[in-house]
Design a binder for this molecule. Structure first.
Ligand code: DP6
Length: 343
């Protein structure tokens, strides 16, 4: 066969119990298991074409050809699949990010999950989604969770084969997430470097690992009981602890900026004024994400927009797992992207 094509969509996910540190950087084995909510509003569509005519891999993101460095990352990822089945062909990869790239909205999560599924589909690999998540993991750890919808656990596992994601709950019970987009420009310290530096230098790091384990067990119980407040409280505490490890790294750093603190204050004020449950979490960027009930979204957005620009508040419902797309879907994505679908 000269040409094999695969197209896929994966949504981003926001961790409620964070992945923050690797015990094996080569294999992307994490220090702790993590748990996330997949979001409907942000996703990546990716098309992969393996072709005997190609003399090198190539990669375009948002219709712009990428640098050698970016292509190298994609090639290394494709090599995992090529080595798995003895595939020799190079590939053309095209991705459309319906996500503000590198703004702490975990775009690498949707990117590598979509690329993993598109590649497996092009090469007609007979892999379960759990198995595929072990491939996605080696592009970016958090992407392992984006293959599934709803609440998803990434089990830290004991080795490369069992460090994988599993769906926990479809999250179809009156849940939503608001993103307060404090700053959507490129982040300064990538999550990869930030977590490595923290593992190596923070005296608080071991406490993070130890307590993340207890947080995970507690949040899984709260999800099973559909106890929204418990889920939110555990997530908010876990996220703050992750950020405390960056402040205690040496030299110290933080992903927060002044706008993040103002957004956090707005959330505290609004939840007190309205008496509505809303819980914060942040990732490797300045944006603040708020877990809330879907039925409270209008009330919360109305009140938050008194303190924060309304056009910078993005609402998302829980999202589905990754799926294959048809060529017609891909054409529709290209049109939507051209019409300004990108945030
Ligand atoms: C703070 O998955 O981006 O978003 O595995 O090095 O690519 P690499 O890191 P990445 O880290 C995500 C960190 C986080 C927390 C989380 O998503 O669990």
């Amino acid at each position: 066969m000269t040409q094999s094509i695969g197209i896929a969509r994966a949504h981003t996910n926001i961790a409620l119990i964070k992945y923050w540190g690797k015990r094996d950087k080569e294999l992307f084995l994490p220090m702790n298991s993590s748990l996330s909510l997949t979001l409907d509003a942000f996703y990546t569509d990716t098309k992969v074409v393996f072709d005997t005519e190609l003399t090198a891999d190539s990669f375009s993101l948002n219709q712009k050809e990428q640098s050698e460095k970016e292509i190298e990352k994609i090639s290394r990822f494709l090599n995992l699949f090529r080595e798995y089945i003895g595939e020799k062909r190079f590939a053309r990869v095209e991705s459309l990010n319906f996500v503000p790239t590198a703004a702490g909205l975990a775009s690498s999560a949707s990117a590598f999950a979509a690329l993993a599924l598109a590649t497996a589909s092009a090469l007609q690999l007979d892999l379960s989604m759990e198995q595929l998540s072990t491939f996605a993991r080696r592009g970016s750890g958090s992407s392992t969770r984006s293959l599934f919808g709803g609440f998803v656990e990434w089990e830290m596992g004991t080795c490369s084969e069992d460090s994988l994601a599993r769906p926990i709950d479809p999250a179809d019970w009156d849940l939503a997430m608001l993103v307060l987009a404090v700053d959507t420009s490129q982040k300064k310290v990538a999550s990869r470097e930030g977590m490595d530096h923290t593992v190596a230098t923070s005296p608080f790091y071991q406490a993070w690992v130890d307590t993340a384990k207890a947080d995970l067990a507690a949040i899984k119980k709260a999800i099973a009981e559909r106890d929204f407040d418990k889920v939110g409280q555990i997530a908010e505490h876990n996220g703050m602890k992750m950020h405390a490890t960056t402040l205690s790294a040496n030299p110290p750093f933080t992903y927060w900026n002044a706008g993040s603190l103002l957004a956090q204050e707005a959330v505290r004020q609004v939840r007190q004024d309205l008496g509505v449950s809303a819980y914060m979490t942040m990732d490797a960027g300045p944006n603040v994400k708020v877990l809330c009930r879907a039925s409270d979204v209008d009330k919360l957005v109305g009140a938050l927009s008194q303190h924060f620009p309304a056009d910078k508040i993005i609402t998302s419902l829980p999202g589905k797992g990754a799926s294959q797309l048809t060529e017609a879907d891909w054409q529709a994505s290209l049109e939507r992207f051209g019409a300004g679908g990108q945030l």
